[in-house]
Design a protein around this ligand. Structure first.
Ligand code: ADP
Length: 179
C-alpha cells in the first residue's frame, strides 16, 4: 500500500506551540518510516518567501507560496507539516481547497500565555513598539472554526498535543501504509 500524502497545517499565535508540536510529530513519523517534510514559517521566510513583510497582502502571499509547495509534496505522497501563524481564515481555506488532503490543527493558547512564554522575545518588542503588525497585539488572528484538531497547549503536555494530532491522522486514514 502506498503512503497517501497529506498537509497538516498548524495555525496559531506566535508561541502557541506550532513548531514544538510539528517537530515532535516529525520525529514520531520518521521513526515509523513515513515520508515527511516540515515547512516552518520562520525558516521559509528566510528563502522561499524572503522579502515578504507582514501586511495582509504579504502574509497571504507567504501562505500561498507555502501552500503551493505543500501541494506538490502532498500529491507525491509526503506528509507535510506546515507551521505558520497563518492568521487569515480565507487564505487558509483557499489552500485547503487546493490541496484537498488537508488537516488543520488549531494550536490554541491564550495570548497571555503566549506572551508570558515569549519564546523568541518578540512580544516584548511588540509591546515596546519595536515591532509593528504583530499578530495578537496590533494585528488580527482569525480563529479557525472548522479545524480537525485543536491543541490547547496551556492545558496539555507536549506529548498529549502530539498524540492528539497523531491519533487524528490515524483516524482520518492517513497513516495506513504498510512499512
Ligand atoms: P510557535 O511555533 O507556535 O511560535 P513554539 O513551538 O516556538 O511556538 O513555542 C511554544 C512553547 O510552548 C515552547 O516553549 C513549548 O515548550 C511550550 N509548550 C508548553 N506546552 C506545550 C504543548 N502542549 N504543545 C506545544 N508547546 C508547548
Amino acid at each position: 500500500m502506498q503512503q497517501q500524502g497529506v498537509t497538516v497545517w498548524f495555525t496559531g499565535l506566535s508561541g502557541a506551540g506550532k513548531t514544538t508540536i510539528s517537530t515532535a510529530l516529525y520525529q514520531a513519523l520518521l521513526a515509523q518510516s513515513f515520508k515527511v517534510e516540515i515547512l516552518d514559517g520562520d525558516t521559509v521566510r528566510q528563502h522561499l518567501t524572503k522579502g515578504l513583510g507582514f501586511s495582509k497582502a504579504d502574509r497571504d502571499e507567504n501562505i500561498r507560496r507555502i501552500g503551493f509547495v505543500a501541494q506538490l509534496l502532498t500529491r507525491n505522497g509526503v506528509i507535510v507539516l506546515v507551521s505558520a501563524i497563518s492568521p487569515y481564515r480565507e487564505i487558509r481555506e483557499e489552500v485547503r481547497s487546493k490541496i484537498g488532503n488537508f488537516v488543520e490543527v488549531y494550536v490554541n493558547a491564550p495570548l497571555t500565555v503566549c506572551e508570558s512564554r515569549d519564546v523568541k522575545g518578540l512580544y516584548r518588542k511588540a509591546r515596546a513598539g519595536e515591532i509593528k503588525h504583530f499578530t495578537g497585539i496590533d494585528d488580527p488572528y482569525e480563529v479557525p472554526p472548522n479545524a480537525e484538531v485543536e491543541c490547547k497547549t496551556d492545558q496539555e503536555t507536549i506529548e498529549e498535543s502530539v498524540a492528539k494530532v497523531f491519533t487524528s491522522l490515524q483516524q482520518l486514514g492517513y497513516l495506513n501504509h504498510l512499512v
